[in-house]
Every structure is written in structure tokens, then in C-alpha cells.
Design a protein around this ligand. Structure first.
Ligand code: B12
Ligand code: SF4
Ligand code: SF4
Length: 231
């Protein structure tokens, strides 16, 4: 409890949220802690709404013109949060293959896969993301996950599925190439500048929607990654 309380206090100023936690099983393949012990608890860190953007956009990483500013800011903050507990942090932008953040999320909080592939949260809708997973040695006492139905089950008309101008969301999955090609065209500037139209169409958690500047930051990073450039 002491660890959780201390983490929460630091997150207040960073715009981060402790999204829940889970006890690790033998089948969870995660690295050993820096001191050689096995981690027993994973704490899932994320953000929702505009709070993180306020903290990040005032940081040196945001202004330094170097590549991957948000990833570097996140690593600096979370590594510092975990260090006093001899913890280690796994990041959604690290590892090949990727750490299964979305699968972990289903064990930590009441999220469900949406038709877009993003996890939908009953409160935040699609306006949330994961920033890291803190691994610590103790078996922490965690609040039980309270299940909640997916908002998609009762969604009228699935507006997220009909808004993409290039029909990138297909029964076979997300057509990344079609999306990326659209973003390079003049017609794609709405998505690029203000965020994915399909994501913006979801009525759940509208009050947590990211500001256009934040959406533009993420969309440009996505476009540049698709183009093989260094964002
Ligand atoms: C690769 C990747 C991409 C690729 C390809 C995605 C694709 N082909 O679908 C690209 C670069 C295109 C991409 C784009 C974006 N991404 Co992305 N991406 C990832 C990344 C790094 C790895 C995903 C992966 O391969 N996982 C591997 C498998 C092993 O992990 P997994 O957890 O088991 O994931 C699977 C399960 O969720 C499973 N699944 C599906 N249904 C169910 C149901 C159950 C019950 C279970 C257990 C599992 C399950 O399907 C997933 C994929 O295989 C993750 C970060 C991460 N490490 O998870 C972010 C991530 C999925 N992306 C995210 C986001 C937000 C985006 C963008 C919207 C970013 C943006 N621009 O704002 C864009 C979408 C583009 C757009 N139009 O807006 C978020 C999603 C958050 C959420 N709410 O779920 C993640 C989690 C990153 C984060 N920091 O939070 N992304
Ligand atoms: S628009 Fe409806 S179906 Fe799509 S993610 Fe939102 S709640 Fe789910
Ligand atoms: S960003 Fe635009 S083109 Fe890409 S998936 Fe979203 S709505 Fe479709």
C-alpha cells in the first residue's frame, strides 16, 4: 500500500494514472528486476484526457528538437518513480515482439477490445493510452478488478466503423497502409491535424478527448513512423 500511495502522489504532477495492477504468473514472461529478484506485481501506468499533455508539453524533451520526445520524457519520469522500490519499467514502445500491454490491461482494469483495435474504457472511451508497466518484487495487495460491460455492446450504429474516409477498419483488421496513404494527401489533413476521425466518432468518454494539438502530435509521429522518418 505504501508503494501504491507514493506512486500516486508522484503521478499527480505528471498527468499519469495508475490504471490497476496484476500479480504475475509463471506464464508471464517478464525480465528479472535489476537486483536479480523476480517481480511478483505489475502496475499498469497510463493516461487519459489532457492532463499528461500539460505536463509533457512543459518539459525539456518537448522543446529539445530531438527524436521521440514523449517516449524519452516517459522513460525519465517512470524510471525515477520505480527506482526507490528497486523496480523496473517496461515500455509500450520497447521490445520486439512488443510487450502485450493491451492484454495486460484486460487483467488490470475493465477495458475491452473495440472494433478499432484500441481498448475501450467505460469512462475514458478511446481517449487513453498506456505509458509503462512498473514491475516490483513484493506481492502487493491490489484492489479486485470490478468487471464492466463493454460500451460497444450497446453502441447505437457503431459510428467509429463508418467514419474512416478510406475504410481502414475492416473485418480482417486495421489497414495501416490505407490510413498512412490517406494522411499524406490533402484530404487527410483533418485526420492528421485533429486526430483519427474514427476515434473522434466514439461517443464514450468525449469529455476526455485530447486537445487537437495533442492529437496532431500523435498523428504526425504515426505518419513519420510509417514513412520511416525520425519523428
Ligand atoms: C504495433 C502498434 C501499432 C502499429 C500497428 C497496429 C496494427 N497493425 O493494428 C501502428 C504503428 C500502425 C499503430 C498505430 C496506432 N496506435 Co498502436 N501500438 C502498437 C504497439 C506498439 C504494439 C501492438 C502489438 O503488436 N502488440 C503485440 C501483442 C502481443 O500484444 P497484445 O497486448 O496481446 O495485443 C493484442 C491484444 O490486444 C489482442 N486482442 C484483441 N482483442 C483481444 C481481446 C482479449 C480479451 C485479449 C486478451 C486480447 C485481445 O490484439 C492485439 C494486437 O495483436 C502497441 C503498444 C504495445 N506494446 O502494446 C501500441 C498501441 C496498441 N497503439 C496505441 C495507439 C493509441 C495507436 C494510435 C491510435 C496512435 C495515434 N496515432 O494516436 C495509432 C492508430 C493509428 C490511427 N489511425 O490513429 C495504443 C492503444 C491504447 C488503447 N486504448 O488500447 C497502444 C496500446 C500504445 C499505448 N501507448 O497505449 N500502433
Ligand atoms: S463508437 Fe461504439 S462501437 Fe465504436 S468504440 Fe465507441 S462504443 Fe465501441
Ligand atoms: S486516421 Fe483517418 S484515415 Fe487513418 S484510420 Fe483514422 S479515420 Fe481512417
Amino acid at each position: 500500500m505504501q508503494i501504491l500511495g507514493q506512486i500516486w502522489m508522484q503521478f499527480n504532477t505528471l498527468g499519469l494514472l495508475l490504471r490497476g495492477g496484476m500479480h504475475l504468473a509463471h506464464s508471464d514472461t517478464v525480465p528479472l528486476l535489476p537486483d536479480g529478484r523476480a517481480a511478483q506485481t505489475l502496475l499498469l501506468v497510463g493516461n487519459a484526457g489532457p492532463a499528461l499533455w500539460r505536463a509533457f508539453s512543459a518539459s525539456p524533451e518537448y522543446a529539445d528538437g530531438q527524436a521521440h520526445p514523449l517516449n524519452r520524457w516517459t522513460r525519465r519520469q517512470l524510471d525515477a518513480v520505480a527506482a526507490p522500490f528497486y523496480g523496473t519499467v517496461l515500455y509500450p514502445f520497447d521490445a520486439a515482439p512488443a510487450w502485450p500491454f493491451q492484454r495486460w490491461a484486460t487483467r488490470c482494469e475493465p477495458v475491452h477490445p473495440s472494433p478499432l483495435g484500441l481498448m475501450v474504457h467505460p469512462q475514458y472511451g478511446l481517449w487513453h493510452a498506456y505509458r509503462g508497466a512498473i514491475l516490483v518484487a513484493p506481492l502487493l495487495a491490489l484492489a479486485a478488478l470490478v468487471p464492466a460491460a463493454s460500451p460497444c455492446q450497446t453502441c447505437a450504429g457503431y459510428p467509429c466503423l463508418s467514419r474512416c474516409p478510406v475504410g481502414a477498419f475492416t473485418p480482417g483488421g486495421y489497414n495501416v497502409a490505407a490510413c498512412a496513404a490517406h494522411l499524406a494527401l490533402p484530404e487527410g489533413q483533418d485526420c492528421l491535424g485533429a486526430g483519427c476521425l474514427a476515434r473522434r466518432a466514439c461517443p464514450v468518454g468525449a469529455e476526455f478527448a485530447q486537445a487537437p494539438t495533442q492529437n496532431a502530435f500523435h498523428m504526425r509521429a504515426f505518419r513519420d513512423a510509417m514513412a520511416g522518418a525520425k519523428p
